[in-house]
Design a protein around this ligand. Structure first.
Ligand code: SF4
Ligand code: SF4
Length: 466
């Protein structure tokens, strides 16, 4: 997990499960976490309902083998663009992790976001941390049953809505909603709604920090992207120690104490149940709840804020201020990630800009390579497969280039009209006057163009027999 230049991420101390009852934190970072909860959920739940040109704006229609992303329609042969998008996302995550550590985990990861929402629901039904602990320790009663049942009903409703939305990215959500209301939803859709709903309920309601600790692959390899200049949540040991209780008015420095009053608030708010004062740990998701909690304590005691703070190992060791710390953002590792990312983004944008929204495939007739037809012409036969990948009707014009006198046969229709997202296979005969070129195989080009979609030139060969 760690290397010479990487902060030591301590592995989980034990694999046993101890239920964690996080106390609710208040402060700037908690507000930011809730901002991201709203932003991500607005996107996730809202996007499938957004319409674009009379259809769902974002739809990965696996059955029809088409992906719709606003104005873009991608087909299986466009897998390059999806691969490029995945590579860019991975590079973005590498870059972000090298600079900002595990902020993705702390603020926007679905596991964190749903755990936050589920904890909020739990608190509404079962009360604050102390009340929840008391309720769990109490024998079964009507009050306990009522609170637990209410909580689970809301959790299940959120889980099912999440599952329904997930399926709505792969099948038109309005039709799916109508099917659900009519109780006639297909078996696969129903399976995935229930599966995803169950996963949400289980992961956010029960597994919680266990997912981050033992299941998340990102948590396993993010140490390789960390270095001493990566932003982490850290406890300033030199300032906090010797920790110990004291009265607010005591001259604690005279008693040999540091700023940590050992109130354990930072531990109580931690969703992964760790004590950040033990140093950077594998379980820390950088959510900054402990920063908010400790800042509150510092305010109460009249001490400066920032005993626990976002900083870097190098900044803490060398006593750098924020400006000195920020200067280290542009370091070789970050520049390499940024360059590779910029190249990948430019390549994707350029290839999308140059993409013609129709495809042409040419297949030569393998039975008759070439034959003589009336009028002293050599005939070669082809089949043109044209796919209109736009969402509008297109008129495609066929032409051929490459040999003097080469032309479409008289009975070939030089225009093909295709409806939105339609494809057609068109037989095409080419004629060339005899003795125009030497016998053999000659490179030619089919040129297919549509006024609103551009031009595609596809190469093929014309055979002149001996
Ligand atoms: S919240 Fe701050 S003062 Fe309290 S134990 Fe944690 S580090 Fe010490
Ligand atoms: S130690 Fe602090 S930042 Fe890390 S997970 Fe716990 S509360 Fe969040």
């Amino acid at each position: 997990m760690s290397n010479a230049s990487t902060p030591a991420l301590k592995p989980p101390r034990d694999a046993g499960r101890r239920k964690i009852y996080p106390r609710t934190a208040k402060g700037i970072y908690t507000r930011w976490r809730w901002f991201f909860v709203f932003a991500t959920q607005l996107f996730y739940y809202g996007m499938p309902w957004l319409q674009w040109g009379g259809r769902q704006a974002m739809l990965f229609d696996i059955e029809a083998r088409r992906f719709y992303i606003f104005g873009l329609v991608l087909y299986p042969q466009d897998v390059f663009y999806l691969t490029a998008l995945l590579i860019i996302s991975a590079l973005l995550l590498f870059l972000f992790t090298a600079v900002a550590g595990r902020q993705w985990c702390g603020y926007t990861c679905p596991q964190t976001v749903y755990t936050e929402i589920f904890l909020w629901v739990e608190e509404k039904f079962e009360g604050n941390r102390a009340q929840r602990m008391k309720l769990d320790a109490s024998p079964l009663s009507w009050n306990k049953l009522r609170r637990k049942a209410g909580k689970h009903l809301v959790w299940i409703a959120i889980g099912l809505w999440t599952g329904f939305t997930f399926v709505g990215y792969f099948t038109p959500i309005r039709a799916l909603a109508a099917d659900v209301l009519a109780l006639s939803v297909g078996s696969w859709s129903l399976f995935w709604i229930l599966f995803y709903g169950f996963a949400t309920w289980g992961n956010a309601g029960f597994m919680r920090e266990q997912v981050c600790k033992y299941m998340c692959p990102y948590a396993r390899f993010q140490g390789a992207m960390f270095d001493r200049d990566t932003l982490i949540v850290t406890y300033v040991k030199s300032r906090g120690e010797q920790r110990g209780k004291r009265s607010k008015t005591a001259d604690y420095k005279a008693q040999g104490l540091g700023d940590c009053i050992d109130c354990t608030m930072c531990v109580q708010v931690c969703p992964t149940g760790i004590d950040i004062r033990d140093g950077l740990q594998y379980e820390c998701i950088s959510c900054a709840a402990c920063i908010d909690a400790c800042n509150d304590v510092m305010d109460l005691m009249g001490y400066p804020r920032g005993l626990i703070r976002y900083s870097t190992e190098a900044a803490i060791d060398k006593g750098w201020n924020t400006r000195q710390m920020l200067r280290r953002v542009l370091r070789p590792r970050v520049l390499v990630y940024s360059t590779v990312l910029a190249v990948a983004v430019v390549a994707l944008v350029v290839s999308l800009a140059l993409r013609t929204p129709f495809k042409v495939d040419i297949i030569r007739d393998r039975v008759t390579l070439a034959r003589l037809v009336k009028g002293g012409q050599i005939e070669n036969v082809y089949r043109l497969h044209i796919q209109n990948a736009t969402e509008h009707e297109q008129t495609f014009t066929l032409a051929v280039q490459g040999l003097p006198g080469l032309a479409l046969a008289e009975d070939v229709q030089p225009r093909v009209v295709l409806g939105p997202e339609q494809s057609a296979s068109v037989p095409v005969q080419l004629h060339l006057p005899v003795d125009t070129v030497a016998p053999g195989s000659h490179r030619i080009h089919f040129v297919v163009s549509a006024p609103a979609a551009g031009t595609v030139s596809e190469k093929s060969v014309f055979i002149v027999p001996r």
